[in-house]
Design a protein around this ligand. Structure first.
Ligand SMILES: Nc1ncnc2c1ncn2[C@@H]1O[C@H](COP(=O)(O)OP(=O)(O)OP(=O)(O)O)[C@@H](O)[C@H]1O
Ligand SMILES: Nc1ccn([C@@H]2O[C@H](COP(=O)(O)O)[C@@H](O)[C@H]2O)c(=O)n1
Length: 418
């Protein structure tokens, strides 16, 4: 812990902290010398004791696992007078600098039980704790970074004063997307599952199914058409009709061979879950390579789904927080087969809900989120549009199924010379 703390110290005063209250972020930073400015709202009119907890470990798997567990741990063990808000700390616009955690206010009579719990956490777990003290004149707050589990004998060289900070140009939740939420090569995703082998037996099973990377892949002789879109936009209906109409092979990502492991990875934190789906695309690509030598290939979901859902989940807040068009976050992995055409089905939200209701199937957590969270849906669609690489054409999927089929067949014949 001490080493972890020390490695952060050189950058400590450059770090910005963001606390989310009712979905709105408040930014503050710390300075060695107080400038006498008004403190951010999180510190105003609040008589409770405040703490920040930031998950911090150079072991990315441990960090991801612990962050996922931390909220439950806190909610189970903290006194009921404690309130948790999501928070993070980052170096403005610096990639990979994001630390995620929680801001805690404790209004209970005695802060001892909370401090005992936090002290235990700093001793056992990869977490940095800061406490905040109000100055005697009221408006001024100082931040104290705890040293190894001891809240009272802090080894910080100086007091750090809390001062308001400007919102950064790039939303903090975008800083760690690369290789935490989206993987841009086989190797990067592979390494994540390889490190999980000891704690997740299914990771080994996935690794055993992966294609070898030694031989260079030949481009398929026949066109490869990927059908994308949110759930219930009609991908299954359309892909099956296209298969029949074109005498094509129909594949999907994740491929069928990963079905037995999928539920397990859906329960894992984003780092591990997204690496699983990323690797699924490489298995599907291998299958495309084989089938595409014999017939046209239709693929139900591929890289667009992996990247767009991951980006939309990682980026909190409104659509404008997404990385701008042209960002490297939307790049196609250089080692992944590019389809000849991607067709992205869109549907009016009301019609999509009607189709979901009519289908009456159980929904995954993420699908329920899509249903309830219009913002998330908009972010997935926007990310879909921004992904670069193969030609991607958006098609309105609200007409009857046979009309959608005819429209997509026209597109395919025009773009793929079939
Ligand atoms: N063009 C259409 N008009 C009306 N209903 C449609 C149309 N296309 C599909 N449906 C119906 O909408 C429902 C969802 O379609 P489908 O299962 O093909 O979507 P999907 O995109 O594959 O969904 P998911 O990604 O969740 O598997 C089904 O009940 C299907 O019969
Ligand atoms: N290539 C893919 C395919 C899917 N996902 C993730 O799965 C969910 C949607 O899949 P459905 O089978 O329910 O349509 C969605 O949560 C995606 O995150 C993916 O990442 N990559």
């Amino acid at each position: 812990m001490a080493r972890r703390t020390m490695s952060l110290l050189p950058h400590w005063s450059s770090r910005v902290f963001s606390v989310e209250l009712n979905g709105t972020p408040f930014y503050f930073s710390t300075q060695e010398k107080h400038r006498g400015e008004e403190v951010p709202r999180v510190f105003r009119g609040n008589d409770g004791q405040c703490y920040s907890l930031l998950v911090c470990s150079s072991d990315t798997i441990r960090r991801a696992k612990f962050y996922a567990e931390l909220k439950d741990k806190l909610l189970t063990n903290l006194p009921p007078e404690c309130h948790l808000s999501p928070m993070c700390s980052f170096l403005p616009n610096i990639k990979d600098s994001l630390l995620k955690g929680y801001f805690l206010t404790d209004t209970s009579e005695s802060s001892s039980p909370t401090e005992r719990l936090l002290r235990d956490l700093t001793q056992r777990d990869p977490v940095l704790v800061c406490s905040y003290l109000r100055g005697e004149t009221g408006g001024v707050w100082t931040q104290h970074l705890w040293s190894d589990g001891d809240s009272h004998t802090m080894q910080m060289p100086k007091d750090y004063y809390v001062v308001p900070a400007e919102a950064p140009e790039h939303h903090p939740s975008t800083l760690n997307i690369i290789n935490s939420d989206v993987f841009y090569s086989f190797e990067e995703a592979y390494q994540v599952l390889e490190k999980c082998g000891d704690i997740i037996p299914e990771a080994r099973a996935v690794l055993a199914l992966l294609p070898s990377r030694e031989e260079p892949r030949r481009k398929p002789d026949f066109p490869v058409i990927v059908i994308e879109g949110l759930d219930a936009t009609g991908k299954t209906t359309l892909t099956e009709s296209l298969r029949d109409a074109l005498g094509a092979s129909l594949l999907r990502s994740p491929p069928h061979c990963l079905s037995p492991m999928r539920a397990r990875f859906d329960r894992e934190p984003p780092l591990i879950r997204r690496a699983f789906y990323a690797l699924g695309n490489y298995i599907t690509a291998e299958q495309i390579g084989q089938e595409g030598m014999k017939t046209p290939v239709i693929v139900d979901r591929f890289w667009h789904s992996t990247a767009a859902y991951a980006i939309a989940t990682a980026v909190s807040g409104p659509v404008c927080n997404l990385p701008a068009e042209g960002s490297e976050v939307y790049c196609w992995p250089s080692d992944l087969l590019q389809p000849s055409l991607v067709v992205c089905l869109t549907l009016d939200p009301e019609e999509r809900r009607r189709r979901l209701r009519d289908r009456g199937q159980g929904k995954t957590e993420e699908e329920q989120e899509l249903d309830h969270n219009q913002l998330f849906r908009l972010k997935v669609e926007k990310a879909y549009q921004r992904i670069s690489g193969p030609v991607c054409v958006t098609v309105d999927a609200s007409p009857p199924a046979d009309q959608v089929l005819q429209q997509v067949l026209l597109l395919i014949r025009g773009k793929c010379h079939l």
